[in-house]
Design a protein around this ligand. Structure first.
Ligand code: SF4
Ligand code: SF4
Length: 147
């Protein structure tokens, strides 16, 4: 669990835009894969304020949307947020622009896995837990968090 007090949002480093950080074509690819239009996000913050896991995230959902608009692929595919997202759809139903933010999170996980970024592997499971956790649960974790 997070040791962050209260409802303080995670600290966000300044956004750096340059040829090394901005990935050409990333926004277009996210739009294509998710079926959404990232540019329709106007940063109201409703998604983040309703997210039940925001306190555990390193990048809040509305900031995920902003970084994706800017093409900051590496920052997103190496973030903890895309893996912490529980696909609960709360953000999606709260968005006044009708954006499926959960679908964007799915897309970012897909792109991360395409690029070989795993968040979890069998070697990370405690043997005692492996013996007691239901197998369908383990399979579900593998399917979501690894290539
Ligand atoms: S709720 Fe929708 S419009 Fe508001 S910040 Fe989130 S994605 Fe953007
Ligand atoms: S789908 Fe993910 S980002 Fe959206 S509210 Fe649920 S946990 Fe948060």
């Amino acid at each position: 669990m997070s040791d962050k007090p209260g409802l303080a949002p995670p600290k966000s480093p300044p956004v750096r835009l340059n040829r090394n950080t901005v990935s050409a074509g990333f926004k277009k690819r996210v739009n294509e894969l998710s079926g959404e239009n990232l540019d329709s996000c106007y940063q109201c913050g409703n998604c983040s304020s309703g997210c039940p896991l925001a306190q555990e995230m390193d990048i809040l959902p509305n900031r995920v949307m902003r970084l994706a608009q800017l093409g900051l692929k590496d920052e997103l595919i190496h973030s903890a947020t895309i893996w912490i997202c529980a696909s609960c759809f709360q953000c999606t139903v709260r968005c006044p622009r009708g954006i499926d933010i959960q679908g964007v999170m799915d897309t970012l996980r897909q792109i991360a896995m395409e690029e070989g970024v795993d968040h979890f592997g069998p070697d990370q499971i405690d043997p005692e837990q492996a013996a007691t956790v239901p197998q369908p649960g383990l399979v579900g974790v593998y399917r979501k968090l690894s290539t």
